[in-house]
Structure formats: structure tokens, C-alpha cells
Design a protein around this ligand. Structure first.
Ligand code: KIV
Length: 294
């Protein structure tokens, strides 16, 4: 049975994503970090919304995603939750929120569901995270895996580098994907890997793969919302397609506002409020009387 919402669009669930894979219907996913973007993305009919820890760089100006805290993530997940009706809402577990013991991992994941209103969590890493995935699934928390170029492994990888280029690395990626699926993940993000490898993994798995820099054979695609809109400051990665240049649009709007204020062109008569006629008349009478008494 599919759950329907007020405007009769079906609510996206982990089960409906599996159906989409079965029917070769490509899946759409974007990041969102706040209420307005979440609303716009949800109303445009995107299937999955990810509150990615990329918000640390995009929204908070950190150099990488490592400093992002659970507290910061939950704050943004709650804002996004208020803007989402149909899409499946996923919260990214930040670095160190699932690396230092199972009790902490569970507590942190539960916060995203109970306090944040997320419907699933995403964790980075393959085979070595299988036990965590099992425990989260046991606790009724749906899990999205994430393998390949995993930004939280920045130091371990020695930089943001495309992964899975050697035969050994390809075999490891396939093992990673299969063990996450076996552990109960309902979907896997494939980031920064050759398209041939992503195609092979997508073919091997029953659960959907969502690619970012992983070529067109994945079951779906994800992009960072601000990359798609041209609102990030670093040079875009090869896999980013810019659909708008809102960065320039915003700069031009702010410059025009600045000019208008400085030249007294803003606000205009039409943009100003006025007193009611009687009050204005009474006020000018008082002013005239005061003037006469001087
Ligand atoms: O943090 C993020 O935005 C992500 C996506 C790019 C997959 O993990």
C-alpha cells in the first residue's frame, strides 16, 4: 500500500525506491540544508533529500566536512524536515558520530530520527561498517551506505581522489557494496569512482545505487544543491553540472540594492507607508500651531 499526501503524490519510502530500481525508473536526489531549499526541492518532485555533512563546507564555511557536529546536523535536519512532505529525508551522520563505539553510534542515529525527523541516516564506509548498519537496522533505522570517494576519509585517502582504479580496489568496492546490502542498507551512494565500476556494482546489487561522480549507469543521481545552482566558491568538480548561476544573480542584486540606497533611489514613494488623511491633516494643524507660537 502506498502512503499518499494531501496533493496525492505518493510519499517516497525505502520500499518505493526499490520498486523504482525494479522498474528501471531513475531516482533523483539533492542535498538541502534549510527550509526554503527543502520546500523548493520537495515541491519540484525530487525523490530523496539528503541533509549532507557537506553543509559544513557549503553553509558553515569549514575547510572540509570533518569538524561538523551532530548538534549542527540536527539543527539543519529539523529545518529541512519542516519543508519536506513527499521526498525521503536522509540525515548524514558526521565524522566521529559513528566511529567511537556502538552505544554512541546508536544514540546519535536515534537523535536524527527522533529530534531531527529524518527517515534514514547515511554513513560512509563499506565492509568495515557492516556491523554498524546491522545494529542501526535492528533499531528500526533505515541506512544509506556511501562508498568510493568518502570525504570523511580525506586524510586516510590523502586528498579527494577518484577511487577504484586498480583491480584490487575495484574488488574491494564490490565487496563493500555487497556487504552493505547484506547488512541491510536500502540504498548506496557511489561517489567518485569510474563509471564502469559503478555500472558493475549497480548490476550486482538489488538495492539502488545513487551516483555522484560515478557515471550514468547508477540507479539514480545526487548533486549538492548549491553546486547545481552555482552558489559555491571552490571550482566545481568535473561531475558537477551547473543548471543556474545564482551566485552571479545574487551578487548583481546586492550591488543594485547598494547603488539604490546610496543614491536615495530606494525606497520609492510606492514602497513607503502613509498616514491616514485625517491623521495627516491633524498633524499638519499641530505643526502650523506650533509654528505660529514661535
Ligand atoms: O554530504 C553530502 O552532501 C554527501 C553527498 C554529496 C552524497 O554526502
Amino acid at each position: 500500500m502506498s502512503i499518499t499526501t494531501g496533493d496525492f503524490r505518493a510519499k517516497i519510502t525505502s520500499a518505493s525506491l526499490l520498486e523504482k530500481k525494479k522498474h528501471h525508473e531513475l531516482i533523483t536526489c539533492l542535498t538541502a540544508y534549510d527550509y526554503p531549499s527543502a520546500r523548493l526541492i520537495d515541491e519540484a518532485g525530487i525523490d530523496m533529500i539528503l541533509v549532507g555533512d557537506s553543509l559544513g563546507m557549503v553553509m558553515l564555511g569549514y575547510e572540509n566536512t570533518l569538524p561538523v557536529t551532530v548538534q549542527e546536523m540536527v539543527h539543519h535536519v529539523r529545518a529541512v524536515r519542516r519543508g519536506v512532505k513527499h521526498a525521503l529525508l536522509i540525515a548524514d551522520m558526521p565524522y566521529a558520530s559513528y566511529h567511537v563505539g556502538m552505544r554512541d553510534t546508536l544514540r546519535n542515529a536515534v537523535r536524527f530520527i527522533k529530534d531531527g525527523g529524518a527517515e534514514a541516516v547515511k554513513i560512509e564506509g563499506g565492509e568495515k561498517r557492516a556491523r554498524i548498519v546491522e545494529r542501526l537496522v535492528d533499531a528500526e533505522i533505515p541506512v544509506v551506505g556511501h562508498i568510493g570517494l568518502t570525504p570523511q576519509s580525506l586524510h586516510a585517502m590523502g586528498g579527494y581522489k577518484v577511487q577504484g582504479k586498480t583491480l584490487k580496489a575495484v574488488e574491494q568496492l564490490v565487496r563493500d557494496a555487497l556487504s552493505l546490502e547484506r547488512a541491510g542498507a536500502f540504498c548506496i551512494v557511489l561517489e567518485g569512482i569510474p563509471r564502469e565500476v559503478a555500472a558493475m556494482i549497480t548490476h550486482e546489487l538489488e538495492i539502488p545505487t545513487i551516483g555522484i561522480g560515478a557515471g550514468p549507469e547508477c540507479d539514480g543521481q545526487v548533486l549538492v544543491f548549491h553546486d547545481l545552482l552555482g552558489m559555491t566558491f571552490a571550482p566545481a568538480a568535473k561531475f558537477v553540472r551547473r543548471y543556474a548561476d545564482l551566485g552571479s544573480a545574487i551578487t548583481n542584486a546586492v550591488l543594485a540594492y547598494k547603488d539604490d540606497v546610496k543614491s536615495a533611489g530606494f525606497p520609492s514613494e510606492a514602497e513607503s507607508y502613509h498616514l491616514p488623511k485625517e491623521t495627516a491633516a491633524a498633524l499638519s494643524e499641530i505643526a502650523e500651531r506650533k509654528h505660529a507660537l514661535r
